[in-house]
Design a protein around this ligand. Structure first.
Ligand code: DX5
Ligand code: ZN
Length: 221
């Protein structure tokens, strides 16, 4: 069954505990944590002290998405702050093979993210080493953007590549995901759905998570 990872970028920062409690008791699987440095992406979000505070509130794994330049410099620090999955960007890593090994040395699961323009074939030579591939379905940097539909064929291609090699990486899709397009994204081959605004800005976030989690599991009768 697919996993749901609410993106806490869209949570209420004046009362994170409340939103974390909601995710803890919901059917969500992970907390998706977006770290932005104002260089790799135009926006700045938060760093290690905030991630460490989130770790204390979270009863589910922290899926940390590093939208930063030179991520190698900070891998240990984010692992120490509580990251269970550490995802770096392909576009920020000239020595990606080494960076993936470095993530694994910290004890975290290793993920690589692709911007919308980055072709999935570029991951061919590291595919077997990865635990997670994060396909960006918006240009990273901001929540609340529109899903880019060219992402769907990318997911299909990636799924096929993984199956051909019997590789185990999960495919995660991030940006503009909501109840209106989740089924299509899952059908294309996604294993993990990240959703920020669609969850936290909805009238009943816990119910939205439940509906997102139950997509595709409806009984025929
Ligand atoms: C975008 C971030 C996303 C973002 C998703 O750069 O990586 O995780 O929070 O937000 P929504 O679901 O609102 O598009
Ligand atoms: Zn993200």
């Amino acid at each position: 069954m697919h996993l749901i990872a609410p993106s806490v970028l869209a949570a209420d920062f004046t009362c994170l505990q409340k939103d974390f409690d909601m995710v803890n008791r919901s059917m969500a699987d992970w907390f998706h944590v977006d770290v932005m440095d104002g260089r790799f992406v135009p926006n700045i979000s938060f760093g290690m002290p905030v991630v460490a505070a989130m770790k204390r509130m979270a009863e589910k794994p922290l899926d940390v998405h590093l939208m930063i330049e030179e991520p190698d410099r900070y891998l240990e620090a984010f692992r120490k702050a509580g990251a269970d999955v550490l995802t770096v960007h392909y576009e920020a890593c000239p020595h990606l093979h080494r960076t993936i090994a470095h993530i694994k040395e910290t004890g975290a699961k290793a993920g690589v993210s692709l911007n919308p323009h980055t072709h999935v074939s570029l991951l061919e030579d590291v595919l077997e080493d990865l635990d997670l591939i994060l396909v960006m379905s918006v240009n990273p940097g901001f929540g609340g953007q529109k899903f880019i539909y060219q992402t769907l064929p990318k997911i299909r291609k990636l799924k096929q590549m993984l199956q051909e090699r019997n590789a185990h990486a999960l495919i995660e899709v991030d940006g503009g995901v909501g109840l209106q397009n989740a089924e299509k994204i899952l059908q294309a081959g996604a294993d993990v759905l990240v959703a920020g605004s669609a969850i936290f800005k909805s009238d009943d976030p816990e119910e939205t998570i439940r509906r997102m989690k139950e997509i595709g599991t409806a009984k025929m009768v």
